[in-house]
Design a protein around this ligand. Structure first.
Ligand SMILES: C[S@@+](CC[C@H](N)C(=O)[O-])C[C@H]1O[C@@H](n2cnc3c(N)ncnc32)[C@H](O)[C@@H]1O
Length: 200
């Protein structure tokens, strides 16, 4: 997620300012029903589809995909629209997952905190998507090993990352092979960001 100069949504300001995972969870619980109205409708949030487009050329038709920090399921909606069926959603917010469930595009829903041990099968997914999560008040590079464990060897991780935060991820990304990095300068962002696809 990125930050513009104005804060049109009270919740957007609060997620950036969150000091603890519990505080962040509380804001998403309250925001879930209005998240898309505020972000997509109000601010043109389109990172899920941009990251999805960047990932598509690397995905096989039958790919088993886990969307982490799935939120209301914008990534699932995009990938399902492109013919992908084997989609699962993970998020720590029951209310965000409830919104995602309404889309009817995910097969499985997992309510887990990515900062805790994730009780899902290891070496299981062909691809993991993580959009809008590596940012202030949210998660950092410490989560990358967890995501790698969930992937099959050679599996793909697709994520969004603001370019000015990239230096914080350099060390952790040494363990991955870069497939592509697509720079975007427009949209909601006040600063450039990139859609990354890396391989475990
Ligand atoms: C900015 S939203 C992004 C949602 C979706 N990926 C999108 O692009 O619209 C961030 C999501 O991360 C989830 N989240 C934040 N911290 C988390 C954690 N520690 N474990 C699991 N989910 C988390 C929130 O509940 C929220 O749904």
């Amino acid at each position: 997620m990125g930050q513009g100069s104005s804060m049109p949504s009270e919740h957007l300001g609060r997620v950036y300012a969150a000091q603890t995972p519990q505080e962040l969870l509380q804001v998403y619980e309250e925001w879930a029903a209005h998240y898309e109205h505020d972000l997509v409708g109000g601010l043109g949030w389109d990172k899920p589809s941009k990251v999805g487009e960047t990932l598509l050329p690397y995905l096989s038709e039958q790919a088993r995909i886990l969307d982490v920090a799935a939120g209301t399921g914008l990534m699932g909606h995009f990938l399902h629209g492109k013919g992908h069926q084997d989609l699962s959603a993970l998020d720590f917010s029951p209310e965000m997952l409830q919104q995602a469930r309404k889309r009817g595009v995910y097969r499985n829903f997992y309510q887990h905190d990515l900062l805790q041990p994730v009780p899902l099968e290891r070496n299981h997914y062909d691809a993991v998507t993580a959009v809008g999560i590596f940012t202030e008040g949210h998660l950092g590079p410490e989560v990358l090993p967890t995501l790698k464990d969930l992937l099959k060897p050679g599996g793909l991780l697709a994520f969004s990352l603001r370019d000015d935060l990239e230096h914080l991820y350099e060390a952790a990304l040494q363990d991955w092979r870069l497939e592509t990095k697509q720079l975007f300068r427009d949209g909601l962002e006040a600063r450039p960001w990139s859609a990354w696809v890396v391989r475990a």
